[in-house]
Design a protein around this ligand. Structure first.
Ligand SMILES: [Zn+2]
Length: 387
């Protein structure tokens, strides 16, 4: 008695009906999932965000012991604002072998397939638990997953493997770069251009900061991990925007800098952050404050998404390769929550139905045969849980 594609589509239709755009609440969806899994006898935990309008859910079927397998997905979707859809994005429509709707491929299709399999797992004598981890705010910097990691670290048991069901057309992804974005504000002291020594030129300090970042960029190339398959193989860093000043003859009191880096290994981001912070503390700030004690450099973290580092002996890769019949794994350019699970010591790969090509676009869809392939993988997973 295995779930059919029809069960998955019924659940998917329900999930699409919750307009869980990242800016809005996802509580109705989380309640739906909690009730569904609770009825099956799962141990269900939900965790609200600080504002109380969003939640993560973590549920377990089987014994609450070490070594479980996590099926993970994000519940939020990107907005449909300014997009022209052929039909209601929050009402699922099936046509020509595809299910249309916001979130069908990114990534409620995977969540629906996992939920459709849950009654089957619940009927089996599981030796190894299966966990369901669904988060909020993935699309705006993996905020929900970061909060969930604190909760998972407190569990009395530790999962061994995690499958992130982002749309990969069921290919296995073993690595992606991280993404760190920052906005830095330089507050100096305005003055007349004829007397530069009496002001603190915010733009000039911003330029010195940028110059230091560009030096660090060269160091990052030398830190490139041996045999790195990323393109480019090292952690990249670039300046996205630099603004400040009003006119030729005015010392600018304010400057803003947007910059980003894409780490291939977590140590790189820490390295750059440490080096630039030391430069600010030891060089820039003392020089600025010698003129104006109110001068400041402040950094806003726009997002810090950990990368997924490919590792040689990956249990997740081994298991998912057996389930899908894949021989090998790829790297991708898009970010996921995978790096956060990996950081917690859980072997993690990304593998899910649908194509990233359709994600975030109008008339987003998932091909029904992708759902079938996902169900095959989740069905074969049973043997790993019972054996
Ligand atoms: Zn996604």
């Amino acid at each position: 008695m295995h779930p059919t594609r029809d069960t998955t589509l019924e659940i998917l239709s329900d999930l699409i009906g919750f307009p869980t755009v990242s800016a809005d609440s996802n509580l109705a969806l989380i309640d739906y999932v909690a009730e569904y899994l609770g009825k099956l006898g799962a141990s269900v935990h939900t965790f609200r965000d600080p504002g109380g309008t969003k939640a993560n859910i973590f549920a377990t079927i089987g014994p609450e012991v070490d070594g479980g397998i996590v099926l993970s997905g994000h519940s939020d979707v990107v907005p449909v604002t300014d997009q022209v859809w052929s039909s209601d994005p929050f009402g699922m429509r099936i046509a020509e072998g595809k299910a249309y709707g916001r979130g069908t491929c990114d990534m409620k299709g995977f969540i629906a397939a996992a939920l459709a399999m849950a009654p089957h797992y619940a009927r089996c004598e599981l030796k190894r638990p299966v966990h369901f981890a669904f988060t909020y705010d993935e699309e705006v910097g993996c905020l929900g997953a970061q909060a969930l990691m604190h909760e998972l670290a407190l569990l009395p048991f530790k999962p061994a493997v995690c499958i992130i069901g982002e749309p990969t057309e069921m290919r296995i992804i073993e690595g992606h770069k991280g993404c760190c974005e920052y906005t830095v504000t330089f507050s100096g002291l305005e003055g007349h251009g004829s007397q530069p020594d009496l002001g603190v030129n915010a733009v000039e300090y911003a330029v010195r900061y940028v110059t230091r970042l560009m030096e660090l960029r060269e160091v990052l190339k030398r830190r490139s991990p041996e045999g790195s398959r990323f393109d480019p193989p090292w952690t990249s860093l670039q300046i996205g925007r630099l603004s400040g000043g009003v006119a030729h003859n005015v010392i600018p009191g304010l400057a803003h800098l947007d910059w980003e880096m894409r780490p291939v290994q977590n140590g790189d981001a820490d390295f750059v952050k440490r080096e630039i912070a030391a430069y600010v503390k030891d060089d820039l700030l003392p020089a600025m404050r010698a003129i104006s004690k109110d001068a400041d450099i402040s950094t806003e973290i726009i997002g810090e998404v950990d990368g997924l580092e490919p590792v040689p002996e990956s249990e997740a890769l081994k298991i998912v390769a057996e389930l899908t019949g894949a021989n090998g794994a790829d790297l991708v350019a898009f970010g996921t929550e995978a790096g956060l699970f990996q950081k917690l010591g859980i072997s993690t790969v990304v593998c899910g139905p649908g194509s990233i090509e359709q994600a975030h676009k109008p008339d987003e869809f998932i091909a029904l045969d992708q759902i079938d392939q996902c169900l095959v993988m989740l069905d074969k997973l049973t043997a790993k849980l019972t054996g």
